[in-house]
Design a protein around this ligand. Structure first.
Ligand code: PA5
Length: 447
């Protein structure tokens, strides 16, 4: 079970100041559940874990089995919420060097991602690597019109059709999109692909527990039922009927809002396990897109420790005091490695001989926490006992729930993202997309 500890924020906010926000946090939680707040047509995720049926999980598993049969690589195409959740969970659960493992060692195809950037080198190098592999593809876009995944899908679809023929392509491509609208829905219907629907009331960044996340995660060989079970337990434990004192989602939302009100404008999510790098990327999207609007919002940043203690660690310890830190800690590692004893001790490391690497890591974590608190950085501590499907399911739902509450406490609609459109409008104008003639003429005057 996840634990939350914010006793080390008292260098900035007192327990009383956090508790003063209790009513507001519980009110935010209530309106999430009774669907009376802003963006209330996007609250399908709130009861998602408890409403997913066994039949739905089985359908995802069977689609994964079909897609993975005899396949070396599954290319998952999507961006933002149609990519980060699956990437976060797969990275957290995979062998750190899974790309170097054989398929038999991995017990699943290699899952790679495309359409999350418009890198020409990335695209070329991906297609180069796919050339002699058996490939299938999951293409994900709720709107069905996002440019980055659309470009990648055109390329991967061409490759699959040319390599295996149009008929076999139907077995190798699954589309996850809106039930009726968008170019991806049109093309999936015409080509006859297997499809999964992203529910209307679940926005991209809250969609990891729909087939958007579940299908890629199942293809990577992980237990999606356990993921959902973890999420379901936290759904239960963060209901409005659970008191603030026991409700970790309401507490996290309250403490980060209390810190924000005291001028702590940046939250740095720190992990001490490199497998969590993309969990932090997912978290940044969730909080950044949900809260950063109307001139408000905590800026979500992340660091991988101890790696980044040798770079951003200096700023966190000693730079401008507008930060608070949330450490995402993992109780114990899955595997074991120790520091060997050395008779010569030329490197002076024998004081660590026979210690587990994780013990050294944990002391770095504790020492850093105390140093950062001493340096004026309030610290929130979130811990999961280990990395597993169950604990990651807990974490995903915990962060989603706290994000909704926190956004309501801040006074924004956490479920829209109007700011994302500005770059698209300019990009289309610059690329002279039909329909953007006026914008093209205007933007050309500026450059
Ligand atoms: O959270 C969101 O809504 C966004 O990040 C979207 O997921 C992202 O823009 C991709 O959109 P789509 O799935 O429509 O291609």
């Amino acid at each position: 079970m996840i634990t939350l500890n914010y006793t080390q924020t008292q260098n900035c906010v007192s327990q009383q100041e956090v508790h003063a926000l209790k009513e507001k946090a519980m009110q935010g939680l209530k309106i999430l559940h009774d669907k009376s707040g802003a963006g209330n047509d996007f609250l399908g995720w709130v009861n998602l874990p408890s409403s997913i049926s066994q039949a739905e999980i089985d359908e995802v598993k069977s689609a994964a089995a079909q897609l993975c049969k005899g396949v070396d690589v599954v290319v998952v195409i999507g961006i933002g919420g149609s990519y980060l959740g699956a990437k976060a969970i797969i990275d957290a659960l995979s062998h750190s060097f899974s790309a170097l493992q054989t398929k038999a060692e991995r017990k699943a195809p290699l899952v790679v991602f495309a359409g999350q950037n418009i890198g020409e080198d990335y695209t070329h190098e991906l297609m180069e690597m796919l050339r002699d592999k058996s490939v299938s593809c999951i293409v994900i876009s709720k709107s069905g019109t996002t440019t980055e995944p659309a470009i990648a899908f055109r390329i991967v679809k061409n490759f699959i059709e040319q390599t295996y023929g149009k008929e076999e392509a139907k077995r190798r491509i699954v589309a996850i999109t809106d039930k009726a609208r968008g170019a991806l829905r049109t093309s999936a219907n015409i080509e006859g692909y297997k499809t999964f629907v992203i529910p209307d009331d679940v926005g991209g960044r809250f969609s990891v527990l729909t087939p958007v996340g579940l299908l890629p995660i199942a293809c990577a060989g992980f237990d999606i039922a356990e993921l959902v079970r973890g999420a379901k337990d936290i759904e239960e434990n963060t209901k409005p009927s659970v008191d603030f004192e026991k409700n970790i989602a309401a507490q996290y939302a309250a403490v980060r809002n209390a810190l924000y009100a005291k001028g702590k404008k940046v939250e740095v999510l720190a992990n001490y396990n490199p497998k969590l790098h993309f969990l932090a990327e997912w978290w940044k999207q969730l909080y950044g897109e949900s809260e950063g609007k109307d001139g408000k919002g905590v800026f979500p940043a992340s660091v991988d420790f101890t790696t980044d203690l040798h770079s951003l660690g200096q700023y966190i310890q000693d730079g401008e005091r507008m930060l608070f830190e949330t450490v995402l800690s993992v109780g114990k590692p899955k595997r074991h490695a120790t520091v060997p004893y050395d008779k010569e001790d030329l490197d002076g490391l024998n004081f660590l001989a026979n210690k587990h690497i994780d013990e050294v890591n944990k002391m770095a974590e504790l020492g850093t926490l105390l140093a950062h608190v001493d340096g004026g950085v309030p610290n929130i501590h979130i811990e999961i006992p280990e990395l597993s499907e169950y604990t990651l399911g807990e974490l995903i739902y915990f962060y989603e729930k706290a994000c909704g509450i926190s956004g309501y406490m801040l006074g924004v609609n956490p479920f829209d993202q109007p700011g994302v459109e500005a770059y698209k409008k300019n990009m289309f104008a610059l690329l002279e997309k039909p329909g953007y003639e006026k914008e093209t003429a205007e933007i050309k005057k500026r450059i």
